[in-house]
Design a protein. Structure first.
Length: 356
């Protein structure tokens, strides 16, 4: 359905397709990489104790309490952090800030599919570089030179990558950023489930930005909060682009409380990683090709004779949602979010039935 009043490129777009959100059905969601555990009790207390009469006022435009918590937890200056309405809003802000109509935006392939949608909205060209067959990063300097030749102003590196779940070596990211002539965004939505992260590169290289989200490890997908770390000059520019009051009052308080409860956060991440290791072993025992992941999901190819799309439908009928991508090269894999131990036990009971 097209409108004659809408920009032609918007009419022509497909748009981003989020993971299925069930309505009314009793299903277990293992398709959108949400955290199976509730938010920190400190979050609940922050919301409960919020002075709701203050909702008649605009929230602090700079998300002051959240930025203060971030400086304390991450040890970075306040001038190097910006809060957003989820990391997706931050991604939109970055495209608007660094790339104009006709410019190029780059990323690896496969990766987070929102990047290409944001490029289309902005009227940018989208340049992608294929990962190796094992989803590893190609030669970093070669990729950077290719991106430079393509005229990319902005390049996204998702680490751990989605939907594959693997991490590229930090040295590869560093070498890429040293050679690439534009801004490098390291999208670290799943970094808290990985063994390392790229936050220190912000100090090393002025063209590196790092994004984090509260949707995964902090169990706050419903609040929509994200953080961007970058040099002061970039943060200053992003403040010009963001909506005036882009993070609501309650979300600021709740996210700050989540950040400061470091013990609860570490406990939740440890539980997810332990269940992840067990799930990898059980999938491999059933004949799945399942690489180890550094995220809170797995990207698994079914055993010989089984088809991922067929398994998707069978699992749905059994009450479990997983993610399948209709993309050549990865169309015979399922992305399976890590649930609680009880959820994964029930999932395997259903999966074994589907495989028979």
């Amino acid at each position: 359905m097209n409108s004659p009043f809408v920009l032609a490129r918007i009419n022509a777009m497909t748009g981003y397709t989020p993971g299925e959100q069930p309505k009314g059905q009793p299903v277990t969601k293992l398709n959108t990489n949400e955290n199976p555990y509730p938010p920190s009790p400190a979050v609940v207390a922050a919301i409960r104790d919020f002075p709701f009469s203050d909702l008649r006022k605009y929230p602090p435009p700079g998300s002051d309490c959240l930025i203060q918590a971030a400086t304390q937890v991450y040890g970075v200056p306040a001038g190097r952090v910006l809060a957003g309405n989820g990391s997706d809003e931050l991604l939109t802000m970055l495209v608007r800030t660094f790339a104009g109509e006709g410019d190029a935006i780059g990323a690896m392939d496969p990766t987070y599919s929102l990047y290409t949608v944001l490029a289309e909205i902005q009227g940018c060209r989208y340049f992608s570089v294929p990962l190796r067959p094992d989803f590893s990063f190609p030669d970093a300097e070669t990729v950077a030179e290719q991106a430079n030749e393509a005229g990319c102003k902005l390049f996204f590196i998702t680490r751990p990558n989605a939907p594959t779940g693997n991490c590229y070596p930090i040295e590869s990211v560093r070498r890429f950023a040293q050679v690439f002539q534009g801004a490098v965004v390291v999208d670290e939505a799943y970094a808290d489930f990985a063994s390392d992260n790229c936050l220190s590169l912000v100090d090393e290289l002025e063209n590196v930005l790092v994004l984090r989200t509260f949707s995964k490890s902090y169990s706050l997908a419903g609040l929509r909060v994200g953080l961007c770390f970058a040099r002061e000059a970039i943060i200053h520019a992003l403040h010009k682009v963001r909506d005036s009051y882009n993070v609501d009052f309650i979300a600021q308080r709740a996210a700050a409380a989540a950040l400061l409860d470091t013990a609860y956060h570490a406990e939740c991440c440890a539980k997810v990683k332990a269940t992840r290791a067990t799930t990898v072993s059980r999938l491999r025992a059933l004949g799945f090709d399942c690489p180890m992941s550094e995220s809170n999901f797995l990207f698994a190819r079914p055993p010989a004779g089984q088809v991922a799309r067929d398994l998707l439908g069978k699992l749905r009928q059994s009450g479990f949602l997983v993610r399948w991508f209709d993309i050549p090269g990865i169309d015979n894999r399922l992305r399976i979010s890590i649930g609680s131990d009880a959820e994964m036990e029930a999932f395997f009971a259903a999966l074994e039935g589907c495989l028979k």
